[in-house]
Structure formats: C-alpha cells, structure tokens
Design a protein around this ligand. Structure first.
Ligand code: 3PY
Ligand code: MG
Length: 256
C-alpha cells in the first residue's frame, strides 16, 4: 500500500469499507480481494476474542489490507490490544464528550499517559526496529470517534477538533434510539448529521458513517460524508444467497 488509509481519509477521498462480524481470518482474506478500501472488525457487536482478533489482523497485515477494529469500549486496554496486534486504527463507540475524545486520542498514540510502548508487537515489527522508528509508525494510526449520543452532537466542534481524532463517525442507529425514534429517518437524526458534517468540514476531520447500501451512501455523499462503512459481510452474504434462492425458485417446473 503506497498511501496510508489515514492520508486518504484526511484528504477527503471517498472510501468504501464494511464491518466484519464473523471472527475468522478467512473473511479478511476474501474481502482483501474485493476492492474495498478497508474493513473494520466489529469487536463491539460481534464475538471477537483476543485470539481471533489477532489472527484476523495478522492476515490483514500480511495482505497489506487496511483493517480497523471497532473496539468494544473506549478504554486504554481495548485500544492497546487492537493496535498492538496490528490494526490500522480504531473506531471507538460512544464518544460523547471532548474529554473522552482527548482520552481516546491519547491512548491511541504514544506519550506520557498514552499508549503503552512495546517494540515486540506485530504492529511494531516484532522487535526488529529501533524505538525511534516504531514511535514514528504511530503517524499512520487511524482514530475514529463515533458520535452516538445527543451529548456527542452537542460537543461535536470540540470532538472533531481534537488533535489525534482523524474522523467523526455518526452512528445513525444508536443516535436514533437516543432520540426515541424507531427508524433512522427522524428529523433529529438529519439535523445531527448536518451538524456533525459541518464540524468535520470546519475542523478537517473525515466525515464517516454507516450506510446499509450504496444507494444510501450516494445520498450521504451529497451531504459531505466521505468514508462509508457499508453494511457487513453478513448482509452481503444474505443478499447473495437470497438472490440465488429467488432466481432458482423462478425456474419453470416442467420437464422434471
Ligand atoms: C450505529 O449506528 O449506532 C453504529 O454504531 C453504526 O455502526
Ligand atoms: Mg452504534
């Protein structure tokens, strides 16, 4: 990979990725052939234990396929586990204040009070590089904050402007639930999307979100979203299997 995912995000390239929900390295191998710009292993809402996460990240790095981890929580230990195993970066759910954003940014990078240092990890090259070189590698680490509560929307200028936060990812499902909506079409959500987009643009952070399909992604690109997490491998598999079932069930029955 000549250009890093972080550089592409910060430049505002349109980036297509998906969530991976099955904790198996084969999923990474298959999706690496897809042309997607990145994937995100969903350790928040799918059963990735540390071993599975590590195996998926080993394969992703071997294939030079940008792979983020959505950590189960924005804590220093969860962020450290994902990055040390070789993740390209982290997606941190439920960032609802400037203080939380600053902590997440600090725990994802080295320095006093930040990410614990080890030169022996996969990410660092298994003790093959001098410390100064390893410290520099952190410049490529992607940190994305998910905005999933009204409090996060209210604090969006500070969150999007936090040094070390590369992208703000509006979580349409969690935010809708917070607003008391039962779908993802509420005026509150639309207003939040506008506010988060404006802040991302003003502060130079990538504007990121989830979309269930590419039609919806097209609409979202018109309001400034540049980085898309489209559905998941489960959704792709189900759509493909349903199409096969529907096509076959339409075949004429005569001649049997
Ligand atoms: C949400 O919509 O809550 C998300 O986390 C999207 O992945
Ligand atoms: Mg969410």
């Amino acid at each position: 990979m000549t250009e890093t995912l972080r550089a592409r995000m910060r430049r505002g390239d349109i980036l297509a990725g998906t969530f991976v929900k099955t904790p198996a390295h084969e999923m990474v191998e298959v999706l690496a052939m897809s042309g997607l710009d990145f994937i995100a292993l969903d350790a928040e809402h799918a059963p990735f234990d540390r071993g599975r996460l590590d195996a998926c990240l080993a394969v992703a790095r071997a294939l030079d396929f940008p792979t983020l981890v959505r950590v189960p929580a924005g804590t220093p230990d969860e962020i450290l586990k994902a990055l040390d195993s070789g993740a390209t970066g982290v997606v941190v759910p439920h960032v609802d204040s400037a203080e939380k954003a600053a902590n997440v940014a600090r725990w994802s990078r080295f320095g006093h009070g930040g990410r614990g240092f080890a030169g022996s990890t996969r990410w660092a090259g298994f003790a093959s590089k001098p410390m100064a070189e390893v410290l520099k590698l952190t410049e490529d680490t992607v940190v994305i904050a998910q905005i999933e509560e009204p409090e996060g929307v209210a604090a969006i200028d500070a969150i999007a402007g936090t040094e070390g936060i590369d992208g703000v990812f509006i979580g349409p499902a969690d935010l809708s639930v917070c607003y008391g909506a039962t779908d993802m079409n509420s005026p509150d959500l639309k207003d939040a999307m506008r506010r988060v987009g404006a802040a991302a643009n003003a502060k130079g952070a990538a504007y990121v979100t989830f979309a269930p399909n590419t039609a919806s992604a097209r609409e979202l690109s018109a309001i400034g979203v540049t980085m898309f997490f489209i559905a998941s491998e489960h959704a792709f598999m189900l759509a493909g299997a349903r199409q096969v079932a529907a096509d076959l069930h339409e075949l004429p029955e005569e001649g049997r």
